[in-house]
Ligand binder design. Structure first.
Ligand code: HEC
Length: 107
């Protein structure tokens, strides 16, 4: 087998591996998105940052809001909270709201 052909086979194999790589679940995707886009103001665990005056996502004050209300804040923004309408898809925002629900304090 000449080296060009074997290199081609390696590249093809790598391509196939990428294709069959299990798609990360939506929950993982939302968690990653949260870390990348939201954690700098809300904390990696959503507990809030005093400097940003963000509230703890696990608190009752945040959790008592409906999905529609939380979605509206992420979509349209609120005061210092940026609007993500043009930056994220509706699905991504829904995933983030679902992620915020997982942060609810169990008590
Ligand atoms: C630049 C800093 C910043 C970033 C980045 C940011 N936020 Fe916020 N966020 C805020 C601030 C400040 C508030 C409080 C707004 C207010 O009530 O005045 C807020 C409020 C919220 C609220 C309402 C919570 C409450 O207190 O009732 C939600 C939900 C939220 N953000 C989600 C997100 C999500 C999801 C992302 C990432 C896509 C994100 N935020 C990124 C600053 C930020």
């Amino acid at each position: 087998m000449n080296s060009t052909l074997s290199r081609g086979l390696v590249i093809a194999a790598a391509g196939m591996a990428l294709l069959v790589w299990p798609a990360s679940s939506r929950a993982d995707e939302a968690a990653d998105l949260f870390k990348a886009k939201c954690a700098m103001c809300h904390g990696a665990d959503g507990a809030g940052k005093p400097a940003m005056k963000t509230r703890d996502f696990g608190s009752a004050d945040v959790q008592k809001q409906t999905d529609a209300e939380l979605t509206a804040i992420v979509t349209k923004g609120k005061n210092k909270m940026p609007a993500y309408e043009t930056k994220l898809s509706k699905e991504q925002i829904a995933g983030l709201v679902a992620h915020i629900r997982t942060l609810a304090k169990k008590n």
